[in-house]
Ligand binder design. Structure first.
Ligand code: AHR
Length: 520
């Protein structure tokens, strides 16, 4: 008995130690890829962005004016353009958002000094001087080398106003609108790939019912012409998150299948509730897993909206455009609540990877997506403060995942452990695999465990593997951010923790990390 008392502490210590060791043992995950069965093409436009007249996204973030000391081209920031080009931005959505259904495009053309000032009623009630308008946006698009995605005003505009905007932008014929464009310094028409017929018309864009909106869509679309040399893809306002009735009504009423080429879906990741969203920078592991759990709903939303679309459009002629997505937290303390300015951490990087992997998986239906928003607003890829610029962890995920643009998705399956914490339970791995036109295969994989490594064994079914290179994005803390004082806390590094065994690659991923592998 005496002996038992003496060794009891030792038994307790050893058991506790074993438990601790077990909890830090890496999880194990198996992925099987059918490398010889390429599927649908991943549209590059899934990697799109969104810039609204909101807070410091356009003004200060992108446009500083010609007279600024910050290096610029006709007022457009040189540093921001370079960063977005490096990230391979494929398209940019503008001018909103809710702002779009208050925007009258003729206010934003002609000499800047003669443009009227208006109140930005949705975002902080600030003065909008219209110094950034159609010509400035199209110049930005030229500098970025990407496609424009313009949102028309259906909520408070007219059919004539919207039709004239398309004519002003894209017609090469002689007309009052094209004469006006020439008078304003642009001889040749521009090319416009995407044009939205209103934004969130179930809410800020006019509080419409789906029946009312779908009739308006048919009427407006009728006058949005395809002028010679330009083919518009018209995007209809789609559902708010899980409003399946909206999708059903629009698909049913678009009998002739010409009113829309794309249907928008908006879904934001809010870790808690809309009243108490939570901080972007001060959070616990519970908030971490909750955010991922909320963001993973994107998969279910796309699956269910697609199933409705499949019933009316089995040939998939109408695509799904997730043209607003991203994490929405409380604004940074001391900033204007109407400006939606939030920091961006390693959590946001993994959250972006989860969503982009989901879009890749659904690439037969999802052809366009836009992260909200590019600079200084919500889940921004870039933050600016006067002349300083910081690239966020989300930026690096977009850059690392650009390898999937226009590649073919490869069919695959996965067997991985669940990541469980209290009431939350999610898959511990998010991934996708594609094959580019040059034959290279890319695997993007995120280990979502906050405190546990992951051994990922990826079998490529007979593929001859000659060469592999990799990059990793991770950091010490789940809350780590890039700040103006320390801009390089979360940046990609070379990744070499893998080995090959015939047609299988075994990766040793640290906790809370994202990896891209290039396989030749
Ligand atoms: O991205 C911010 C706002 O969120 C957009 O203006 C609006 O469309 C959505 O509700």
């Amino acid at each position: 008995m005496k002996f038992l008392f003496r060794i009891l502490p030792l038994i307790v210590f050893c058991t506790a130690n074993a438990t601790a060791q077990k909890s830090v043992l890496p999880a194990e995950c198996r992925i099987e890829v059918f490398a010889d069965q390429p599927g649908a093409t991943i549209s590059k436009d899934i990697y799109g962005h969104f810039a609204e007249h909101l807070g410091h996204c356009i003004y200060e973030g992108i446009f500083v004016g010609k007279d600024s000391k910050i290096p610029n081209t006709n007022g457009i920031r040189t540093d921001v353009v370079k960063a977005l080009r490096d990230m391979k931005i494929p398209n940019l959505r503008w001018p909103g958002g809710c702002f779009a259904d208050t925007y009258h495009w003729k206010d934003g053309i002609g000499p800047a000094s003669e443009r009227p000032s208006i109140i930005n009623t949705f975002w902080g009630g600030v003065t909008e001087d219209n110094s950034f308008g159609t010509h400035e946006f199209m110049e930005l698009i030229d500098l970025l080398g990407c496609d424009p995605y313009i949102t028309g005003n259906l909520g408070s505009g007219t059919v004539q106003e919207m039709a004239q905007w398309v004519e002003y932008l894209t017609s090469d014929n002689k007309s009052p609108m094209t004469d006006l464009r020439k008078k304003n310094g642009r001889e040749k028409p521009w090319k416009v790939k995407y044009f939205a017929v209103g934004n969130e018309n179930w809410g800020c864009g006019g509080n419409m019912t789906p029946e009312y909106y779908s009739n308006e869509l048919r009427r407006y679309s009728n006058y949005l012409n395809n002028y010679p040399g330009n083919q518009l893809q018209r995007i209809a306002c789609g559902p708010n998150s899980a409003d399946y009735n909206w999708t059903e009504t629009l698909m049913k009423n678009d009998g002739a299948r010409w009113a829309m080429q794309g249907l928008a879906l908006h879904y934001y990741t809010v870790p808690n509730s809309w009243d108490k969203k939570g901080s972007a920078t001060t959070f616990t592991e519970k908030d971490w897993i909750r955010s991922f759990s909320a963001t993973l709903k994107m998969d279910d939303l796309i699956t269910r909206h697609s199933a409705i679309m499949d019933r009316y459009d089995p040939e998939k002629r109408i695509f799904l455009a997730v043209d607003e997505w991203g994490a929405w937290y409380d604004v940074e303390p001391g900033t204007n609540p109407g400006f939606l300015y939030q920091q961006n951490s390693l959590r946001d990087a993994l959250l972006a990877a989860i969503n982009l992997n989901i879009f890749n998986k659904h690439c037969d239906r999802v052809k366009l997506a836009n992260l909200a928003q590019t600079v200084n607003v919500l889940q921004a890829v870039i933050l600016t403060e006067k002349e300083k610029m910081v690239l966020t962890p989300t930026y690096y995920v977009f850059k690392m995942m650009a390898v999937h643009q226009e590649a073919k998705i490869l069919p695959s399956n996965i067997n991985c452990e669940k990541y469980k914490l209290e009431t939350d339970s999610i898959p511990s791995v998010s991934y996708s695999v594609s094959r580019s036109a040059n034959g290279k295969i890319h695997l993007t994989v995120a280990n979502l465990f906050a405190g546990r490594g992951q051994k990922v064994s990826c079998n490529f079914n007979g593929l001859k593997i000659n060469k592999i290179s990799g990059e990793i994005l991770t950091s010490n803390l789940i809350t780590d951010c890039n700040t103006f004082e320390k801009p390089n806390v979360v940046t990609p590094k070379t990744f070499t923790d893998f080995k090959t065994n015939k047609d299988t690659i075994e990766l040793e991923m640290p906790a809370k990390s994202f990896v891209v592998l290039e396989i030749e």
